[in-house]
Design a binder for this molecule. Structure first.
Ligand code: ZN
Length: 301
């Protein structure tokens, strides 16, 4: 079996620390992993500041909830301060997991469909590579910042890959504390989620007001429903996620699950198999990453 096929076969599976799936070889001893009940997920994004900081917020806020499966996102840091191209994001998450002997862990790549040149060939190539190597993809259109904005308000305007309007709305939203200077200033006041921004994104529900992260999930799901393709629905993503969780439960400790076609892998976003990812303007798949982690399903969040 080729490496690609073997990895794809394991794509739907998950590995807990210290418990290899399939033929995966552990390079570290089980003891070196500490708590074996933690679900470990490697994550990499295009941006050097904002995405890693968002993942760390998710770890801190949701990684260790009472009565819930614990998880830890292993945040892969791009070496280039200007960020990465889509295919490089896939390469980064694969190489970091491999380096640590965690190639059987779940892996997610987050990248954008923006107006830069060559994206029309780069994104399909990056997606194909991700699928063949068992990496999930969360695509945002036009940029990751639309996902941040959806925490505070819906956004349905097609911007043809430019995120100036998204960022303007984010800076000006009254509940987006700390975002006034977002991407304007250099250093900490520019990109990144310090200075109250993280708190604004992660705060719990207040009275009748929903938690921002629940707004983000709801708003992003609505964008799947209103996708110009016309046959896209977040329910499809829910059903596929439920089916893969059931398959993993059936597989038990072996972790072996059936291989997945590229079409199924693609429809995990809720979009139809023939919905062009480059034309989902605007959209963000980050919600389904949270759904997989069972985040924002409780009343308080
Ligand atoms: Zn669609």
């Amino acid at each position: 079996m080729s490496r690609g096929n073997r990895d794809q076969e394991q794509a739907g599976g998950r590995r807990r620390r210290g418990r290899p799936t399939g033929g995966g070889q552990l390079r570290r001893t089980v003891d070196s992993y500490g708590d074996q009940s933690v679900r470990v997920i490697y994550v990499a994004g295009e941006g050097a500041r904002t995405e890693p900081e968002y993942f760390r917020l998710i770890n801190k806020t949701f990684g260790d909830r009472p009565g819930r499966e614990k998880f830890h996102l292993k945040v892969c840091e791009p070496s280039n301060p200007n960020g990465l191209r889509p295919e490089a994001v896939v390469d980064l998450v694969l190489s970091e997991a491999e380096k640590k002997g965690d190639q059987d862990c779940e892996k997610w790549a987050f990248f954008d469909r923006d107006a830069e040149d060559n994206r029309d060939t780069e994104i399909p190539r990056a997606m194909r590579k991700a699928s063949e190597n068992g990496v999930h993809v969360a695509l945002s259109h036009p940029s990751f910042e639309i996902w941040l904005l959806l925490h505070f308000r819906p956004f349905t305007s097609q911007e043809n890959g430019r995120d100036a309007e998204v960022i303007k709305q984010l800076r000006n939203h009254p509940k987006a504390d700390g975002f006034k200077e977002y991407d304007k200033a250099s250093g900490d006041r520019g990109k990144g989620l310090g200075g109250g921004r993280g708190e604004a994104l992660m705060r719990e529900a207040r009275g009748r007001e929903q938690a921002p992260i629940r707004n983000a999930v709801r708003n992003a799901r609505k964008l799947v429903t209103s996708c110009p393709h016309g046959d896209c629905s977040p329910k499809r993503a829910d059903d596929l996620l439920a089916a893969s969780k059931a398959a993993r439960a059936d597989a038990g400790s072996s972790g072996e699950t059936a291989p997945e076609s590229y079409e199924t892998w693609r429809t995990r976003t809720g979009h139809a198999a023939d919905c062009d990812p480059l034309k989902r303007d605007p959209s963000s798949d980050v919600w389904r990453f949270l759904a997989d982690l069972e985040i924002a399903t409780e009343d308080s969040y």
